[in-house]
Structure formats: C-alpha cells, structure tokens
Design a protein around this ligand. Structure first.
Ligand SMILES: [Zn+2]
Length: 361
C-alpha cells in the first residue's frame, strides 16, 4: 500500500550494514527533514550477536544509539531524483537477501479509517517505515488516508482495485484493476506505485510480464504469513510472525483487522528487541543482493553459476558466528562483516511459495 520509502534511521544503518548505495532514497521519502543520519533506529544492536535473541522485548531498548553515531558518515542526501534501484525483471519478490536483519512489513487491503490511522501511529512511534498495498476502491474513498500514509514516509503499492484473481479477468478488467488503482494512488500522493501485490498472491509468468511492461508494476508476495485474515486473533498473529520471521523477510498482514492492528505494538517491539530493522520495499530492493544463480543467461564471463541452494537452507541454529544474513557466499560484504545481525532465532520460515489457499490475501 504505500509507495515509497522513508526510513530515516534506517538509511544510516543500511549504509553501515550493507555497503549499498542507499542514499538515493532519502530525498524521496522522508517526511520531515531528511533525517538520513538520524542514525540508528532503536533496534539494530549491531554487535549484539546472540545476545539479542534472548533479550525480552523491553520497551526501551534504545541502547543502540550509543553504538552507531560514529559509524554514520552517511553521505548527504543527494538532491535530484531518487532513482531507486530498479527491481528485477520477470521476477516475483518473496523475500530478500540482505546484509543485516532488515525486514519489510507489508499491510494489505486498506486503507480503512477504522484501523489504518491507529497502525500509522504505532509505526510512527517506533519510527518504522512499512509498505501498504492498498485497494483502489478503498483508496478512492479515503484519499486522505493515502496521503497520510505517504506523508508518514511509508511506501504505497497497488493491490488492485477490487481484489479479483488477476489471472482470471479480461484485459479490459485488468486495465481498470491496475490502471485505475495506480491513478488513484498517483492523485492522492503524487507518486505512481511501482509494486503490485496480486490478490491471493495469484500470478503467472506471462501476466507478470505484461503487468511489468504495461503498468510498470513489479510483483511482490511474501515469506511470512500470519493468516491474520483468518484467525483474527492477536496472539496468533504475534506468534506466527515471530516464529517465521528472519532477515530479508517480507511480512504479510492486513491493516483492516483490529486484531492485527492490536497485535502490532507488541510484535514490533519484540522484533526491535531481537535486532530487526525495518525497510520499505524500495529500500529492500536497493539492498538486495544479486541472484546467486543467474536464472537467465547473464553469465558470459566467469561462468560460475553458483547453486542457489542458499536461502531456505535452514540456518544452523546457533552457529556461533555466521549469521544468516551474511551467508552470501563469499562476499563478506565489507562493512557489515562485523555486524552480527541479530538474526536471533531465524526460523526456516515459510519457504518461498506462499501458501495461497483461498484466503483473503
Ligand atoms: Zn488482499
């Protein structure tokens, strides 16, 4: 649902954690002053390796602040166009391979005047930037909520106009579902969405290509699904997210359910205590590492199509040092090499394919 970025402290952290050029965003996103270097978010206990995992989610663990200052030579935000890193082509994002314990919280089906403002407050209090996949029909009724979401620095993506299975509708219907939704978002926020979460996660390669080319939308599904639309139970939502999350995860949930919104403060506080940091999808895309196994023919030179067996390889429990995020293979990502991304209890997590039953995704 939300369009772009904004992650203040995040940027700085990102700069440290991932030697990636994240700066470009800054400008775009932030609501207030480009607090690029507002340094650390509370979370990111950079060197807290295992310590992090046991730490109870005590409200005020803002300790990290002490650690980061020095390391935040965050380059000044560039002026002009954000020119964010372009998303991969012909690809469906379900999670990311990043250095550091970054995750993307995504909220679908809104915005709703009953619940979305409350969620925004929860996020604001923790300086967390998320992504909202809004429905065009909801957005059209509440443009002010869209504006509010965007002004808070969150990213807004499209979730279609009326939540149909996109693989089952006509070309004309698709125009309305995607074209109109992008238009409403553009008018309310000044920015056209670049990510689409297809209802139910339903998609197929040929349609994905068409959507990319015709509407400029990249498909984003998820890796963590608390089934909050079904259980409508705050505790269950909390337990599921905490059990499945791991660095690079894309967490799915819905901002239209009171139970989900009620659960968020505690969920977020616990994630922060574990060392997780939050980023919008655009920011995650910017930090995402290149695919290890070139799916297409991109390897001419160093013909070394490393096996992509990585990811879901189940992180060795404690494994003294190697944090999940770092298993990038060879490249020790210069800067972050030290940062034992709290990745505390990174569970295997719901592997790639989201269980798409008949839910209300
Ligand atoms: Zn949905």
């Amino acid at each position: 649902m939300k369009p772009l970025l904004i992650v203040t402290g995040f940027v700085a952290a990102a700069a440290l954690g991932a030697g990636v050029a994240v700066t470009p965003f800054l400008i775009a996103a932030d609501d207030g002053p480009a607090t690029t270097q507002s340094i650390s978010q509370p979370a990111a206990p950079a060197g807290s390796g295992q310590a992090a995992q046991s730490k109870p989610a005590t409200a005020g663990q803002k300790t990290a602040a002490a650690v980061q200052p020095a390391a935040a030579p965050a380059p000044a935000p560039e002026p002009a166009a954000p020119a964010p890193v372009a998303p991969r082509k012909n690809y469906t994002y379900k999670s990311f391979d990043v250095d550091g314990a970054y995750i993307a919280m995504t909220f679908d089906d809104g915005p709703s005047p009953e619940t979305t403002p409350r969620l925004l407050k929860t996020l604001h209090e923790r300086n967390i930037k998320a992504t909202f996949f809004v429905l065009g029909n909801m957005a059209a009724k509440h443009p002010e909520l869209l504006k509010m979401i965007a002004d808070e620095g969150h990213e807004i993506g499209s979730h279609s106009w009326s939540h149909p299975q996109l693989t089952r509708i006509s070309q004309a219907a698709l125009d309305k579902e995607l074209g109109n939704t992008s238009e409403v978002i553009l008018q309310a926020t000044g920015k056209r969405p670049i990510y689409l979460r297809p209802p139910y996660g339903t998609m197929k390669p040929s349609l994905r290509t068409l959507i990319e080319e015709k509407y400029g939308l990249t498909i984003v599904n998820w890796s963590v699904d608390p089934n909050d639309w079904k259980n409508r139970n705050s505790q269950a939502v909390h337990d599921a997210i905490l059990a499945q999350v791991k660095p690079g995860a894309i967490v799915l949930s819905h901002d239209i359910y009171p139970t989900t919104v009620d659960a968020m403060p505690r969920i977020l506080d616990e994630l922060i205590a574990k060392g997780y940091k939050f980023a919008t999808l655009s920011q995650m895309v910017a930090m995402d590492k290149p695919l290890k196994a070139p799916m297409v023919a991109s390897v001419h030179a160093g013909q070394k199509p490393k096996p992509a067996a990585q990811a879901n390889a189940k992180p060795t429990a404690s494994a003294g040092a190697p944090k999940p995020g770092a298993q990038a293979g060879t490249k020790p990502a210069a800067p972050s090499g030290t940062k034992p991304a709290a990745a505390s209890a990174p569970k295997p997590a719901a592997t790639g394919a989201p269980a798409r039953s008949a839910g209300v995704y």
